[in-house]
Design a protein around this ligand. Structure first.
Ligand code: DHB
Ligand code: FE
Length: 290
């Protein structure tokens, strides 16, 4: 049986990818940020998953504003790195896990979640920057990411976006789907985006450290309460793009302690917070299931 071994949460700021691609990680501006992921890279090497289920948002890259699925699961064998205007990032293509993805689609749709099936998709910084942060620099041709990735795209770009409660419940459904897959696979689920940031309008540059840290506390200790937080709180307190954080609840919902019957609380392996990276507050957690 496949199982969820851990969840990883991280921001996906595009400038972080650019800093890695352009060899700027040791510059004074970036050094403290990358230091916060040293533990994580080592942890991932020591706890290698067979598959990463990566929850992210597409930034009008693969899905234009012509068509916006609320939840979209990647069922392909492989995904190209998107060109977001400066050419594709020089990182490896992303290998998928079509059989597990198809199984999760089958199970989660039968649990009454409407997923869009995506057989072809270019993946943008929302997916590749978390991979870079956790796996380190990779040559686009010589190297590969450490394991297959199932991309799971959530609409947080155009309202209405899904509620925190729906995201938490979806995570629970994903957990059930993974646990009904008949092969011994260690699956990590990653929730990405956030933390506080606003990229446009009079409040551009907004960062709210107190709110972000309270969010991290609650993400660890009381996800059920966090799931009740309305969208307006995210937007008012964490900025218009702070709403990306609602995706973290999908990964959190797949952990043992919120399952029925409930398992033990996760172990917090790592917590990191840094301000700023570009316009954004960077938050990062690693939670392990017992
Ligand atoms: C920035 C952050 C994001 O999450 C994003 O998608 C684009 C830009 C930024 O801080 O610059
Ligand atoms: Fe974003």
């Amino acid at each position: 049986m496949a199982r969820i071994t851990a969840s990883v949460f991280t921001s996906h700021v595009p400038a972080i990818g650019a800093a890695m691609d352009l060899g700027k990680t040791h510059e004074p501006y970036w050094q403290p940020l990358f230091k916060g992921y040293e533990f994580s890279k080592q942890w991932l090497k020591e706890n290698p998953p067979d598959v990463i289920f990566l929850v992210f948002n597409d930034h009008a890259t693969a899905f234009s504003l012509d068509m916006i699925p609320t939840f979209a699961i990647g069922t392909a064998d492989d995904y190209a790195v998107a060109d977001e205007g400066w050419g594709p990032r020089p990182v490896p293509r992303v290998k998928g896990h079509a059989p597990l993805a198809a199984h999760i689609a089958q199970s989660v749709i039968q649990q009454d979640f409407d997923l869009t099936i995506v057989n072809k998709m270019d993946v943008d910084h929302g997916l590749t920057v978390p991979l870079s942060l956790m796996c380190g620099e990779k040559d686009p041709v010589q190297d590969a990411w450490p394991c297959p990735v199932i991309p799971f795209a959530v609409n947080v770009v155009q309202y209405p976006v899904p509620s925190g409660q729906r995201c938490l419940n979806l995570g629970k459904a994903i957990r059930k789907a993974v646990e009904s897959y008949d092969e011994d696979l260690k699956v990590q689920i990653w929730g990405t985006g956030g933390m506080s940031h606003q990229l446009q309008g009079p409040r551009a540059g907004l960062i709210n450290q107190a709110w972000d840290n309270a969010f991290l506390d609650q993400m660890i200790a009381d996800p059920a309460a966090l799931a009740r937080k309305p969208h307006i709180d995210y937007v008012r307190e964490a900025g218009s793009e702070g709403i990306e954080l609602v995706m973290w609840l999908i990964a959190r919902g797949a952990m043992a302690d919120v399952a029925e019957p409930a398992g033990p609380a996760p172990t917090v392996r790592h917590r990191f917070y840094h301000v700023p990276a570009s316009n954004t507050a960077v938050g990062h957690l690693i939670l392990e299931n017992a």
